[in-house]
Design a protein around this ligand. Structure first.
Ligand SMILES: [Zn+2]
Length: 241
């Protein structure tokens, strides 16, 4: 059993007993992991005060080899994202981001860009950035980092790169755009302006991009449908954001 140190964001907390909790973290060094926080609900504990959701911490845990539930030994608070309490929309957006990271990532697979994405998103939401635009950029980048980046420059069904000018059909189920000939492959495909898809592509690549005004809602609808498709269910907080 080795002691490991990690930079971590608390993405879920669950009561384990009257005095202890199970904490799920997304860490820079180990990806997603869970650990038993013995005595965390006691007034005096080893965890720098109360263990809280959506906090930026430095943790130390005893790494078990036979189970994925490790034992938390230290937790030092690095930051709290206080601005998330400025409005319920910001708090729900942050909880939704944490839920998506939890659901879309494999256990204990290090992916530092994904840690940076979650940290940057929580900072932006806490710092007063536009909630919908922040979530859209998060969703597009998360999909790409999780290996589900949508195909936007060629038809996802036949790979033809001759796409209609103006508005193109996007299929959440197939994960990309459809050419005219393949348009009928998905009756639920939604027509989206190419300029909006180009902005979405830049966001998926992790670049700053401003989606055309008025199209954030349409693009978020596509992203939500894409996540629901990949996860086979709608994330719990999706309806609130
Ligand atoms: Zn096609």
């Amino acid at each position: 059993m080795a002691l490991c140190k990690a930079e971590a964001i608390t993405i879920r907390l669950q009561d384990f007993s009257e005095t202890s909790q199970i904490a799920w973290f997304y860490t820079r060094e180990f990806g997603r992991l869970s650990a038993l926080a013995k005595g965390s609900k006691r007034q005096r504990n080893n965890f720098d005060g109360r263990l809280d959701l959506l906090c930026h911490n430095e943790i130390v845990f005893a790494r078990k080899s036979r189970t994925t539930l490790h034992v938390l030994t230290e937790c030092r608070l690095l930051g709290r994202f206080r601005g998330l309490r400025a409005g319920v929309d910001r708090l729900y957006a942050a909880l939704y981001a944490a839920e998506l990271v939890r659901e879309m990532t494999p256990a204990e697979e290090s992916q530092p860009p994904l840690f940076e994405l979650l940290l940057g998103t929580l900072r932006a939401l806490s710092g007063g950035d536009d909630v919908a635009a922040t979530l859209l950029a998060f969703e597009a980048r998360l999909l790409a980092l999780a290996g589900y980046g949508p195909m936007l420059d060629a038809c996802v069904a036949c790979q033809a790169d001759a796409l209609p000018k103006g508005t193109v059909a996007y299929s959440s189920a197939l994960g990309g755009v459809l050419c005219r000939a393949c348009r009928g492959r998905d009756p639920k495909a939604i027509g989206v302006p190419r300029s909006a898809l180009a902005a979405l592509g830049r966001m998926a690549d992790g670049e700053a991009a401003e989606p055309p005004p008025g199209l954030v809602a349409v693009l978020r609808k596509l992203m939500k449908a894409t996540f629901a498709h990949h996860l086979n269910h709608e994330p719990r907080l999706m309806r609130y954001v």
